[in-house]
Design a protein around this ligand. Structure first.
Ligand code: NAD
Ligand code: MG
Length: 401
């Protein structure tokens, strides 16, 4: 019998992490969980370690790591507990690991995702922020490390599936036969909300996504449409396309996960129920297909598939992301960092929903894009943008007071 694939799940306690463990548990003959990681949710990680018995568990917070180690020992579980951010990269690049689910949210996942790329792993990428920030540097690490990059973001996974064919099975290969990619957007919870109503929306309303259950940060990004902006940058990088060839179309049913149009006029789409276990299973099984536990799509009951243009005026984040994509260099890292700071402030009720794009715009307008040729370039742009965004938050608070 062939050796089981050893999988490290980074961010195992999050929404993508949970769906990944669900799919893995359906295939005990095929996969073994090698490592699980969390920021500080020790209770959930403990439960996961007892169920999956990984070799390693990583907790970023040292005190929480020590608590977990004591707990696991008492429960007779042999998992070794590591602490600190560096340990995330260690397990991602561990020689016994075959595949890494990169499902940490935000810039916090950059180093470990890059480590997996450099170590030549199968990287199943959910952590879009890492790719947006480091762009060409990330793709270079994938090439030089001999890694296999498989998109887990549902839209990009759909595009990847629609592009599979002779000579096109690896993301990052330019396709002269592709006319454009259409990324579908559900439109988020405020698709039909008038501009005047957006002023007073709460974090709870923003996180109540009509189609997907996700972490809080990506839920807010879906409500502002910044998620689609980040995804546009992600698509340009993964499929080596200029921003003009990646369009966004609102599709409220979230059944068509994205489309690819070829130069002969053929348009291919990938459809399915909105459940992240489908793209996760695709990335885990590729190039084979494996079961995901996702229910069959009832197209008769679905009956209708609607498509409409996004409203750029009500959702300015789309335009901000497009401008950052076109500027390139350090601009996408600045966009991402400013967005992370603004979203966190919104979740903590220190910033209103409509101020999120205002903060980002202010930070972008103060930045002249520089080459992003090294990790240091990316990290200093990220640092600068966080600093500027905090200054913009203070200015916004001053206005409110
Ligand atoms: P989540 O908030 O539910 O989970 C985030 C995970 O990252 C948790 O395990 C948490 O412990 C870990 N984490 C957070 N901060 C950390 C830090 N500083 N250091 C180490 N670990 C840390 O988020 P999610 O919804 O699962 O999203 C994860 C990633 O996948 C995001 O980049 C998101 O954009 C992307 N994604 C998510 C979905 C979805 O349906 N949830 C879909 C597409 C893409
Ligand atoms: Mg997506």
């Amino acid at each position: 019998m062939s050796r089981k694939m050893q999988v490290a799940v980074l961010g195992s306690t999050g929404s993508i992490g949970l769906s990944t463990l669900d799919v893995l548990a359906r295939h005990p003959d095929r996969f073994e969980v090698f490592a699980l990681t969390a920021n500080n949710n020790v209770a959930k990680l403990r439960e996961q370690c007892l169920a999956h018995c990984p070799q390693f568990a990583v907790v970023v917070d040292a005190a929480a790591a020590a608590r977990l180690a004591t707990d696991l020992l008492a429960a007779g579980c042999k998992t070794r507990v590591l602490a600190g951010e560096a340990a995330l990269s260690e397990v991602a690049a561990h020689e016994q690991v075959d595949a890494v689910m990169a499902a940490i949210v935000g810039a916090a996942g950059l180093r470990s995702s890059l480590a997996a790329a450099r170590a030549g792993k199968r990287i199943m990428l959910a952590n879009k922020e890492a790719l947006v920030m480091s762009g060409p540097l990330f793709m270079q690490a994938v090439r030089e490390g001999g890694a296999t990059l498989l998109p887990v973001d549902s839209e990009h996974n759909a595009v990847f599936q629609c592009m599979s064919g002779p000579g096109a099975t690896q993301a990052g290969v330019t396709r002269a036969d592709v006319r454009r990619v259409l990324l579908t957007a559900s439109g988020g919870p405020f698709l039909r909300a008038p501009a005047s109503a957006l002023r007073a929306v709460t974090p709870e309303q923003a996180c109540a996504h009509p189609r997907w259950v996700m972490g809080r940060k990506i839920s807010v990004d879906s409500a502002t449409l910044m998620n689609k902006g980040l995804e546009q940058i992600e698509a340009c990088l993964l499929f080596a396309l200029p921003p003009a060839q990646v369009e966004v179309v609102v599709h409220p049913q979230s059944i068509v996960h994205s489309l690819v149009e070829y130069i002969d006029g053929s348009m291919l789409a990938q459809l399915g129920n909105p459940d992240m276990r489908t793209p996760i299973a695709h990335a885990l099984g590729w190039p084979e297909r494996i079961g995901s536990g996702v229910e069959s799509l009832d197209i008769v009951r679905t009956a209708r598939l609607d498509f409409e243009a996004p409203d750029a005026a009500r959702f300015p984040c789309l335009g901000l992301a497009r401008a950052a994509a076109e500027a390139g260099g350090t601009m996408p890292a600045v966009l991402n960092a400013a967005n992370e700071v603004a979203v966190e402030a919104f979740l903590q009720r220190r910033l209103s929903f409509l101020e999120i794009p205002e903060v980002i715009e202010r930070v972008l307008s103060r930045h002249s894009s520089l080459p992003a040729s090294s990790l240091d370039d990316v990290l200093s742009a990220d640092d600068w943008a966080r600093h500027e965004a905090h200054a913009a938050l203070r200015a916004a608070a001053g206005v409110c007071a």
